[in-house]
Design a protein around this ligand. Structure first.
Ligand code: GLC
Length: 699
């Protein structure tokens, strides 16, 4: 079929850089914050290159929105999918000619990349509308023409909603209490029920100042916005992982639009055009970060369009692969639905496809033997060489969390049922593996101390052939009588006994650990407060690699010297995750204590990215100031503590279905095997079964 018909979603208007009013509707169904201050401030801050150019009076920043829905139809012929497709461009002009030529460019570009698009199109029989932002990004997809109409109509109608997001004081802190949209659906309330402190006011101001716009819409926050920083490297970009606490702060404050825009725009960036040394990243990879660039419009003197430029690691220092980005994207998508009550976003066809792509990438068979994800060094928050290649805990905890999120969000139908089964199997296998092999406490270390080695058998107790000499001397004295933690990494003949905070916190939040293990981690943190929290919460890992170990494992990295940066520096952004974990474990007072100690220093110290020294006494030697996730992490912690019911939407309890889903498929192949998960035959240190009531016959 070669049918073509269509509807363009935007009326393009010329738009001066100095924006006068932002009360118009947006393509994404969200009105702008009614704050001129926000937009102009943001633009002047984040697009300084524009200011440096001559003829600033005539500059145009792309906009794709309307005052009144004014639809224009454009036809794309030659589509072999038989679907109608429609595009709108971000660059603006009143001239229809220009618009048509934009559309044509987009169309040809899309054909060049038709494989991915067609596969999306063909998966469903919906009529779809693609909304094209620029030449670097995938088309955005809205499921039906009706839906697109509705989006624009709703914006016009939804004055209540517009009022809700309107900033009602100079800080833009939302205190409206509307809780019902005009279409009847519920919206969330701002969680702020009290006057904010001076520290919080400053934090909000800075967070809003860090917002980045794309085509006039807020789409994220820069990693750091220190006006004195003359060499921001990539800290002027929106990092996927860094935006998560910003997103939560906005969501908890009743502001969903920036999060929705972020989710949709990053979805457009998902593994598209970029290549690294002539090799394209796998379909589904999410970039580590992206930048909004103002690019001169060809043949249009002094006019610019906004372009999203993603970095999949091809520019990043050390060319590290951003494995955690897709996992964070899924986690945030769920959080958006939970907090706003707007589940329509996760139900969209393009969003569902995005989830599937990420999962396919994670669940693809490779050479690895374990249910844990096999990754290269520096593939997560620690994005430099730190000896975390292989199966680092942080990735495993985020992977498990993302699987749990996906299980809730994926629409189950014939085309997804295999994937859903794979998710269930992986959840079960992963939790067993981590609970059994990553957990250490006094008892387990004592077992390792007496391990026999070189055991050749499926029955081996020391499965990974760990030589007891590996138990580091610091651990012998450090491990408390009560409590324990999940080790940083596990490979053949290698246990990385360092304590990595983020991975342990997410093991608690997602219930990757058993209830007893999760309690054990909190108990250890309490016990080791001076090492992990005091000074400045929290250590990214403990202890530091020193001397020869530092030289060999970091490659003599001068940024990761002992007790600095990733090598056991203290990172205030970890506060929000600590808060969530403490709240889940019924210990919010621990989080309050940590928050109170951070609060004393963060504002005075200008919101550093990290602190150095064993007890976090100095601002990190190379630490950025005005680091956005430090600011947002602080605000999010505050709001979570005040809103336990919101916090409870962001963590998971033990899921017995996962545990009962014994997936030891080996004997289906006729191979003789014993299910490893028959609750511990080995002299395990666990006082509770890893998987309750599992009968051997299940396997
Ligand atoms: C550093 C951190 C990384 C973060 C980035 C931007 O590279 O290690 O986790 O995303 O800075 O803040």
């Amino acid at each position: 079929m070669n049918t073509s018909s269509g509807i363009g979603l935007s009326t393009m208007k010329p738009c001066r850089r100095i924006l006068v009013s932002c009360k118009n509707s947006s393509l994404f169904g969200f009105p702008f914050l009614n704050s001129n201050y926000l937009i102009t401030d943001n633009l002047s801050k984040l697009q300084p290159n524009l200011n440096d150019l001559p003829d600033s009076s005539n500059r145009v920043v792309g906009f794709t929105r309307t005052n009144t829905p004014n639809w224009r139809a454009f036809c794309l012929s030659g589509s072999d999918s038989g679907q109608s497709r429609f595009f709108s461009g971000c660059p603006l002009n009143t001239s229809n000619d220009r618009l048509v030529s934009n559309i044509a460019n987009v169309a040809s570009d899309v054909r060049n990349h038709s494989t991915s698009i067609e596969s999306r199109v063909n998966q469903n029989s919906f009529e779809k509308i693609y909304v094209r932002g620029d030449l670097h990004v995938k088309p955005l997809l809205i499921e039906t023409i009706e839906e697109a109409h509705k989006v624009l109509e709703n914006v016009e109608k939804d004055k209540d909603y517009e009022a809700r997001v309107e900033a009602n004081d100079s800080l833009g802190v939302n205190r409206d209490n509307l809780n019902q949209r005009s279409d009847g659906s519920m919206v969330f309330r701002s969680t702020l029920k009290r006057e904010v402190s001076e520290v919080e006011k400053e934090a909000w101001k800075l967070l809003r100042g860090a917002v980045v716009n794309y085509c006039g819409l807020p789409v994220g926050t820069v990693a750091a916005a220190d006006p004195a920083d003359k060499l921001p490297l990539n800290y002027d970009q929106v990092f996927i992982r860094d935006f998560v606490p910003s997103a939560l702060a906005f969501l908890l404050n009743g502001e969903g639009e920036i999060v929705k825009n972020f989710l949709l725009h990053t979805l457009q960036l998902q593994s598209w055009e970029k290549t690294v040394d002539c090799h394209s990243p796998g379909q589904g990879l999410m970039p580590a970060s992206f930048k909004v660039k103002a690019v001169p419009l060809e043949g249009r003197n002094g006019e610019f369009e906004d372009v999203l430029d993603p970095d999949f690691g091809e520019s990043a220092i050390g060319r590290v692969a951003p494995v955690d980005s897709g996992l964070w994207w899924i986690i945030l998508l769920r959080a958006y639905g939970k907090i706003t009550g707007d589940y329509s976003l996760q139900e969209r066809v393009d969003v569902q496809t995005g989830i599937r792509w990420i999962l396919n990438l994670c669940l693809t068979d490779g050479f690895d033997m374990f249910p844990t994800l096999l990754v290269t060094d520096g593939s997560c928050m620690i994005d430099r060489r730190m000896g975390i290649h292989g199966h680092p805990l942080e990735i495993q905890s985020l992977f498990y969390s993302a699987l749990r999120c996906s299980r809730e969000m994926l629409t189950v139908n014939d085309s997804t049922k295999k994937l859903v089964a794979a998710i269930n199997n992986r959840l079960s296998a992963l939790s067993f593996h981590i609970r059994e092999h990553y957990w250490v406490d006094m008892k387990k270390i004592n077992e390792i101390y007496r391990y026999k080695t070189e055991e050749y058998s499926t029955e081996a107790i020391n499965k990974f052939n760990i030589y007891p000499e590996q138990i580091p001397s610091w651990l012998v004295d450090w491990i408390p009588e009560n409590g324990g933690y999940f080790i940083g990494n596990l490979q053949p003949a290698h246990m990385d006994f360092r304590f990595f905070t983020l991975g342990n916190l997410w093991a608690i939040i997602s219930s990757l650990g058993t209830p007893t293990q999760n309690e054990g981690v909190v108990s250890l943190i309490e016990d080791k407060w001076d090492d992990l929290v005091s000074g400045m919460p929290l250590k990214i890992c403990y202890p530091a690699l020193e001397y020869e170990e530092w030289r060999v494992i970091t490659g003599s990295d001068p940024k990761n010297t002992p007790w600095s940066y990733h090598n056991a520096g203290s990172w205030p952004t970890l506060l929000w995750q600590f808060t969530l974990a403490c709240m889940k474990m019924g210990k919010p007072e621990l989080a309050s204590r940590a928050l109170a100690s951070a609060e004393k220093r963060l504002l005075v110290d200008q919101w550093p990215e990290y602190y150095d020294t064993r007890h976090g006494r100095f601002i990190g030697k190379q630490s950025r100031l005005y680091q956005t996730w430090t600011i947002a992490g602080y605000l999010t912690s505050k709001m979570l503590l005040e809103n336990p019911e919101m916090a409870s939407m962001l963590f998971w309890n033990e899921d017995y279905e996962i545990l009962e889903n014994c997936v030891c498929g080996l004997n289906k192949n006729g191979r003789r095997t014993k299910c490893a998960r028959v609750a511990s035959r080995s002299p395990s240190s666990m006082s509770e079964p890893l998987l309750p009531q599992i009968k051997e016959t299940h396997c």
